[in-house]
Design a protein around this ligand. Structure first.
Ligand code: PAF
Length: 284
């Protein structure tokens, strides 16, 4: 597997594949790759003969006081894992490659409306940073497919809108969340949890399952959301939100619209670590 850090080398590799008419799938990541990322790579390999993984800890999607500086950077390990998967190319640009005018002077892409709620409401500017860096990666790699995890459900919907609104000729693929045996969604941030917090963490997924069951039993959404937040508080979490939404728009559901696909979403702090998770009602 080749690792490239600059645009000239990236373009050279892409050009060679394009000449052979080979399609390309992109897996954008911030590195510190775990089994969830590896599943994205395997999904990408099903889509296209060539797979590019980007590793870039994107400064513009972190707010003040968030974990940008301490976000784990493990390029050597990431390289080894990707090579073992037979990934074709690792693109690991420096900040100056992604932001030649500096992150503060960079253009910024705002996807309206869907970014105002949930994560967007709690992390102002976060999705502008995500949309901007993803649009840059799409422009640089020009993939035929891009694969994202459903764990960041709202991010996935933002990226789908970005693709559609820009008319980009690529297909966005979402992959179901990979979980530990006890239900905890895999995330690079799980390693911030100490042993006590880790033992409590599965309550997040259990609460999502409870929210889905209670909703399907006919309980009012607001009642379920409130009870879910209380449940998390009792378990030592500080919830930011527990929400039942329409899966693609993230609007609050309107009762009596049976064909709307619903999803439960939660974000909560546990011992100083902020975790997010979700459960589409259609999922097993
Ligand atoms: O999901 C992530 O790891 C990041 O938000 C992404 C999509 C790579 C953009 O930096």
């Amino acid at each position: 597997m080749q690792t490239v850090h600059d645009l000239a080398s990236l373009r050279a590799a892409l050009r060679a594949w394009r000449k052979q008419d080979q399609r390309i799938a992109l897996v954008p990541t911030m590195g510190n790759l775990h089994a969830g990322h590896h599943a994205l790579v395997r999904r990408a390999q099903q889509c296209a003969p060539r797979v590019v993984v980007s590793v870039f800890v994107n400064p513009t999607q972190f707010g003040p006081g968030e974990d940008f500086t301490r976000y784990p950077r493990t390029l050597r390990q990431d390289q080894a894992g990707l090579a073992a998967l037979d990934c074709d190319l690792l693109f690991a640009p420096a900040v100056e490659v992604m932001y030649p005018y500096g992150p503060e002077q960079a253009l910024s892409i705002h996807v309206p409306e869907i970014t105002d709620v949930l994560e967007g409401a709690h992390r102002p500017g976060h999705f502008d940073g995500v949309a901007t860096v993803v649009a840059k990666l799409f422009a640089m790699v020009q993939p035929d497919f891009a694969v994202f995890g459903e764990k960041d459900w709202q991010q996935l919907q933002v990226v789908r809108r970005l693709q559609r609104d820009l008319g980009l000729a690529l297909e966005i693929i979402g992959l179901a969340t990979v979980r530990e045996a006890d239900g905890l969604a895999l995330s690079s941030r799980n390693q911030y949890l100490d042993a006590a917090a880790r033992a409590r963490a599965p309550l997040l997924h259990a609460t999502l399952r409870w929210m889905r069951a209670a909703t399907l039993q006919g309980h009012a959404h607001a009642v379920v959301e409130h009870a879910a937040a209380q449940r998390l508080q009792r378990g030592g979490f500080e919830p930011d939100y527990c929400a039942i939404r329409v899966a693609d728009t993230l609007h609050p559901p309107v009762h009596g619209t049976p064909d709307e696909q619903l999803i439960a979403l939660v974000a909560a702090r546990l011992g100083g670590t902020r975790l997010i998770d979700n459960l589409p009602f259609a999922a097993p």
